[in-house]
Design a protein around this ligand. Structure first.
Ligand code: C5P
Length: 236
């Protein structure tokens, strides 16, 4: 039976399964940056992101962080619970890089004493603008209690990932996560991979993340393979 595609995003397709409580996500090899302005097909990227994101969600679940993730079922696919996505991108920053450097003039590489949590409106047409709590309340994007929960969960994810990556000799510079609502609960959703994190080698400062593609700094797959290896995933 042909499965029904519910949604096609820049990097993934989401399909129905026979069970209404289970969806299948298939990762694509497409790489996009700057809101879709730069686009390329990079062979093997889907497999790498699926494997890395699955491994990270497994570690987070072991640490008691609830997510939509059920299991990885193939090189490029995983099963997840359906959620209603909260239209916010939650960014946590440990080290200054990317848009924060441009916006605030802080030197790239400056390590913050405490992590910074930011919220962006998930809206491609508006270019995902930065929001504060008043904007989120005014636009009714999330309840104040939900926002508090997302902020707390984001910081817990950060603690766990900082530890996981630093054990592998990698600095977690910043990352973006998304949340969904399911049965009255807020769950971590979407993916966590080098597409959504900045990851720097602690010794050399080299990037192992999507900046390789964004700024044509090197081979994206080589960087992602390095992350998978360092997290204890497959070697090839
Ligand atoms: O671009 P910026 O510096 O705000 O990105 C912060 C972090 O969020 C980076 O790790 C980036 O990869 C991630 N991000 C993302 N998707 C977006 C915007 C940012 O994964 N739409």
């Amino acid at each position: 039976m042909e499965s029904v595609c519910l949604y096609e995003g820049k990097a993934k397709r989401i399909f129905k399964t026979g069970d209404p409580d289970v969806l299948r996500i298939a990762y694509k090899d497409d790489a996009t940056a700057f809101n879709g302005e730069k686009m390329e097909v990079l062979e093997g990227k889907g497999r790498l992101n699926n494997e890395i994101s699955s491994l990270i969600f497994e570690r987070l679940q072991e640490a008691g962080l609830d997510s939509h993730f059920i299991e990885r079922i193939s090189e490029t696919e995983q099963l997840v619970r359906p959620v209603e996505i909260v239209p916010l991108e939650v960014v946590v920053r440990n080290i200054a890089a990317g848009s924060l450097v441009k916006r605030l003039g802080v030197k790239r590489g400056y390590a913050f004493e405490t992590p910074i949590v930011e919220f962006y409106y998930k809206d491609d047409e508006l270019g995902d603008p930065l929001l504060n709590e008043a904007h989120i309340a005014a636009l009714k994007l999330a309840e104040p209690e939900e926002l508090k929960q997302m902020q707390e969960m984001a910081l817990r994810v950060n603690e766990k990932l900082l530890h996981l990556f630093s054990e592998s000799g990698v600095d977690l510079v910043d990352f973006k996560i998304e949340f969904g609502r399911r049965e009255g609960k807020i769950l971590l959703a979407d993916e966590i991979s080098p597409d959504t994190c900045r990851l720097w080698d602690q010794k050399t400062g080299d990037s192992f993340d999507k900046d390789l593609f964004r700024f044509s700094q090197g081979n994206l797959q080589d960087g992602y393979k390095m992350i998978l290896q360092r997290l204890g995933g497959r070697k090839s």
